[in-house]
Design a protein around this ligand. Structure first.
Ligand code: SF4
Ligand code: FES
Length: 204
């Protein structure tokens, strides 16, 4: 695999062909925020909080670091006025969905995002797809799926599969950036399997 040299935040960074900018930055110890990325899953590009500025052949553009492949001599800025502005706006939009999420609040503080900028439509899910993709790609169970489209899009456990698989798994819970998945699971559990919902919830 051939080595590629690029510049990230003024530092020369070595990467391998096929790596993403996020992978190269992480390997060099440079932090880029992410909300829909998990190393065991294919990149998805849903949240765009990993947006960075790249300069190549005299042109500057904003790209998702978790999707963009490394290129020789690329100049990357992980913080700039434009990058910070776009992250701030993304966070304000996401906070409208999940206002109480600690991970979002930490990022909001870092980027000066205000919680009340957009009308609240709290679903507590930011549609990052981590739970859905983890269940499909790693567990190969498809017990959770996206349902509906557009503004009505949400996640839903598939009761027939969830009743067999989820109780003993729950591996997707800690991946959820809004901490809502656990509550969503128990809600679904309670509705779909009323007798199971009275079981103690503290075996972990
Ligand atoms: S429930 Fe959590 S992990 Fe699943 S899509 Fe929504 S925010 Fe992402
Ligand atoms: S982490 Fe790159 S788009 Fe979400």
């Amino acid at each position: 695999m051939s080595e590629i040299l690029l510049q990230i935040d003024g530092r020369e960074v070595k990467a391998e062909e096929g790596m993403t900018l996020l992978g190269a930055a992480q390997r060099a110890g440079i932090v880029i925020p992410t909300l829909c990325h998990y190393e065991k899953l294919e990149s998805y590009g849903a949240c765009r909080i990993c947006t960075v500025e790249v300069e190549t052949r005299g042109r500057t553009s904003l790209v998702a670091a978790c999707l963009y492949p490394v290129e020789k001599n690329l100049v990357v800025r992980t913080r700039s006025e434009k990058v910070d502005k776009i992250r701030k706006m993304i966070l304000e939009l996401l906070l409208a969905h999940a206002p109480g999420a600690p991970e979002l609040q930490d990022l909001a503080r870092a980027y000066g995002a205000r919680e009340a900028r957009f009308d609240k439509e709290s679903s507590f899910c930011i549609l990052c797809g981590l739970c859905v993709r983890y269940c499909a790609e790693v567990k190969k169970k498809d017990a959770i799926a996206f349902v509906d489209r557009g503004t009505r899009r949400e996640i839903s456990f598939i009761p027939e599969i969830a009743s067999q698989e989820c109780w003993g798994c729950k591996e997707c819970f800690p991946l959820c950036p809004t901490s809502y998945l656990q509550a969503a699971y128990f809600l679904t559990q309670g509705l779909a399997f009323p007798s199971a919902s009275s079981e103690p919830a503290s075996e972990e």
